[in-house]
Design a protein around this ligand. Structure first.
Ligand SMILES: *Cc1c(COP(=O)(O)O)cnc(C)c1O
Length: 456
C-alpha cells in the first residue's frame, strides 16, 4: 500500500496519531474487521498508547522521588491494554473485585495496584490486604474494618485515606469529585473533619498514605492542583503531629481532562506536572512518594470507533444517517451530548474520507429510542448507505461503558501498529460478543425457570 505517513522527524504526535488512524480505518475495512454483520468495531493505536505512557512518565520524573503511575482500569477494562501499560511501567487503579481480577489477569504486580472502590465489601478488603495491594479507605466505617483486618493479620498493603478537598466542581456535574457534597472520601472542610483525620492518623501508625482524586473531564487544572495542595498540606500536619514522616506517599488521583476537539494532547501531562511543581513544590522535594491514577488522558486520543452506515434518510428536512454506533457504545455522548461531544469523520465504504460539501445531518445509532443520536445537525459530507463513520477520541471509557439496550453485542476491539511503509498490523484486544454469549448474559441458561415456578 502506498504510504501517506508524515516524515515522523518533524510531524507532531497529533499529526502522527491522525495519519496512522486514517491508515488504520482503511486497513480495518480491507482486512475484514468491519464485516456487514459486525458493523461496529473499536480500534486502539498501540504506539500511541506507548507514547502517552512515556509522556506521563517523563512529565513526573523527578530525581529522588519515587513515582508510581497506575491506570484507572474503568477507563479501558481490557486485559491486553493493562498488560501493554504494565510493560510501559504503569500499574492499575482498580475499583471493584472485577477490575482487580483484570489487573491480575494482566499480571500486574501487587506493588503496582491501588484499590479505591467507594463501596468495598469485607471480602474485597481482605483479598486486597492478602495480596498486598495498596488500599485507600473511603470513610470512617471502612477504617473500622481496616482496624479489625490489620489487628488480625499483618499486611504488606500500603494503607491510606481518601479525602475530598471540597474545592469545587468543574463544568460536568457527574464528573466532579470534589464538590462539597461529593460521595467520595472524607470531606476535608466539613466541621471537625480535619481534627478527626489528624486523630485517625495519630491512632493508626500504619496509615502512610493520603489520597485525593479531583476531576475529572471539565475541571480546570488549577482546581486539580488546589486539591493536591490541600492533601499535601494535610500530610504535613499529620507528620508534624506524629513527629516523623508517617505519611510517606501522596496519591494524587487522575482526572486530567482531554481535548475532544483536536488531535493534540492539550493539556499535556507535562502541563499538569509543571503546574503542580509551581503550586505544590513540596510534592517534588523528595519527602513524599507520588502515586497517580490517570485514565482518560492516557487512552482517549488513542482510540476510535468505526461503524457502518446502514441507511441514509431524511425527516422534516433533516438528513439522518442510521449507523451502528449509538448509545450501546457511545453511552455518555448520547445521553449527555453537550458534555461529551465527539468528532465524527465521514468515510466511504473503503474507509477513505468522503468529499462533498458539508451538509447538516444527524448521525444516529441503532437503538430503538429517539434520542439515540451521536451527533445532532453536524455538518458533514453527505453520508449514504454503505459508508462508514468514525467516532474519534473514544479510546477511554467508550470500550468499557457499555449499555446493553436492545441486546446489542459488545463490539470487538483491535489494537494496531503502522509500519514505516504504511502497512497496518492488527491484534485482537477483545473479540466481538457472540450471540451465544449475549444470550447467556440475558438469562439464556434459565429459559424454563419462571414457567417452572408457576407449574407451567
Ligand atoms: C475514575 C478515577 C480515576 C481516573 O480518572 P480519569 O478522569 O479517567 O483520569 C482515578 N482515580 C479514581 C479514584 C477514579 O475514580
Amino acid at each position: 500500500m502506498q504510504t501517506t505517513r508524515p516524515d515522523s522527524a518533524n510531524a507532531t504526535d497529533g499529526e502522527i496519531l491522525a495519519r496512522d488512524r486514517s491508515l488504520a480505518f482503511r486497513a480495518a475495512v480491507a482486512q475484514g474487521l468491519v464485516p456487514r454483520e459486525q458493523p461496529v468495531v473499536g480500534l486502539l493505536d498501540v504506539t500511541g498508547i506507548i507514547r502517552s505512557a512515556a509522556a506521563l512518565r517523563a512529565a513526573f520524573a523527578t530525581p529522588g522521588v519515587e513515582v508510581t503511575h497506575t491506570f484507572a482500569v474503568k477507563a479501558a477494562a481490557l486485559v491486553p491494554v493493562l498488560r501493554l501499560l504494565r510493560d510501559a511501567g504503569i500499574g492499575c487503579e482498580v475499583a471493584s473485585p472485577g477490575e482487580l481480577a483484570l489487573a491480575r489477569a494482566a499480571q500486574v504486580p501487587a506493588a503496582l495496584i491501588v484499590l479505591d472502590s467507594p463501596a468495598k465489601t469485607p471480602d474485597e478488603l481482605s483479598r486486597a490486604l492478602a495480596l498486598g495491594v495498596a488500599v485507600n479507605a473511603d470513610n470512617a466505617q471502612e477504617l473500622d474494618r481496616l482496624d479489625a483486618a490489620v489487628a488480625a493479620r499483618p499486611t504488606a498493603s500500603p494503607l491510606g485515606v481518601r479525602v475530598n478537598p471540597q474545592i469545587g466542581g468543574g463544568s460536568i456535574g457527574a464528573m466532579s469529585t470534589a464538590t462539597a457534597t461529593s460521595k467520595f472520601g472524607v470531606p476535608l472542610r466539613d466541621p471537625g473533619a480535619e481534627r478527626w483525620l489528624l486523630d485517625a492518623y495519630a491512632a493508626r501508625p500504619w496509615l502512610t498514605r493520603l489520597h485525593c482524586h479531583v476531576g475529572s473531564q471539565g475541571c480546570p487544572l488549577e482546581l486539580m492542583a488546589a486539591g493536591v495542595r490541600a492533601v499535601h498540606d494535610l500530610a504535613e500536619r499529620v507528620n508534624a503531629a506524629a513527629g516523623r514522616r508517617q505519611v510517606d506517599t501522596l496519591d494524587i488521583g487522575g482526572g486530567l481532562p482531554v481535548d475532544f476537539g483536536s488531535d493534540e494532547d492539550s493539556p499535556a501531562f507535562a502541563d499538569y506536572a509543571d503546574l503542580l511543581r509551581a503550586h505544590v513544590p513540596g510534592l517534588f522535594d523528595g519527602r513524599y512518594g507520588i502515586v497517580t491514577e490517570f485514565g482518560r488522558s492516557l487512552l482517549a486520543k488513542n482510540g476510535s470507533l468505526l461503524a457502518r452506515v446502514e441507511y441514509a434518510k431524511s425527516a422534516g428536512g433533516r438528513r439522518i444517517a442510521v449507523t451502528h454506533a449509538g448509545a450501546q457504545v457511545a453511552t455518555r455522548t448520547v445521553f449527555a451530548p453537550d458534555a461529551w461531544p465527539l468528532r465524527v469523520v465521514a468515510l466511504d465504504g473503503t474507509g477513505h474520507p468522503k468529499d462533498g460539501d458539508p451538509v447538516e445531518q444527524d448521525v444516529a445509532g441503532p437503538c430503538c429510542f429517539a434520542g439515540d443520536v451521536v451527533a445532532h445537525a453536524r455538518p458533514l459530507p453527505p453520508l449514504d448507505r454503505g459508508d462508514l463513520v468514525a467516532l474519534l477520541d473514544t479510546g477511554a471509557y467508550y470500550f468499557s461503558t457499555h449499555f446493553s439496550y436492545n441486546a446489542l453485542p459488545r463490539p470487538g476491539v483491535h489494537g494496531y501498529t503502522v509500519d514505516p511503509d504504511g502497512a497496518v498490523r492488527f491484534a485482537t484486544v477483545r473479540a466481538p460478543q457472540t450471540p451465544r454469549e449475549l444470550t447467556a448474559e440475558c438469562g439464556g441458561g434459565w429459559a424454563d425457570s419462571l414457567s417452572a415456578l408457576t407449574g407451567g
